[in-house]
Design a protein. Structure first.
Length: 131
């Protein structure tokens, strides 16, 4: 493992830039700078941004909060990608403006599914009997 890599082999710089992009996107959405009815009336959380090793591509994982339809929110974000890319490029100092891609964050759903499985009486019974 090199000194500037995490145990997973990811560059610390890539992780740092991903976090800066996440903060920039969150800030733009929180301020309501995007002139879109769907996005202005919905709380949107950018849970994670994964950057490509060359920092030219960024995948933003999104969770719509409240009763909002996540597919509609993702579509609105994709419609406003050009504006969001320009705002991120202005706020995050990198050589190239990263191309943004928006994907739904399914980790919360997966966590809920695992939690439900662990609460199942059959699974709980088996877990109690382990040594």
């Amino acid at each position: 493992m090199r000194r500037n890599e995490t145990p997973e082999g990811q560059s610390i710089r890539v992780l740092r830039v991903g976090e800066q992009v996440r903060h920039a996107l969150s800030d733009v959405l929180m301020r309501g700078d995007v002139h879109d009815e769907t996005l202005s009336g919905t709380l949107v959380s950018i849970t994670e941004v994964r950057m490509s090793p060359d920092l030219r591509h960024a995948t933003a994982f999104v969770k719509a909060l409240g009763a909002a339809d996540e597919a509609v929110v993702i579509k609105a974000l994709r419609t406003n990608t050009a504006y969001l890319q320009s705002e991120v490029a202005r706020r995050v100092n990198t050589r190239y403006a990263a191309k943004l891609r928006f994907e739904p964050d399914e980790s919360f759903d997966e966590g809920g599914r695992i939690d439900a499985l662990l609460r199942d009486p059959k699974v709980a019974r088996d877990l109690d009997h382990e040594d």
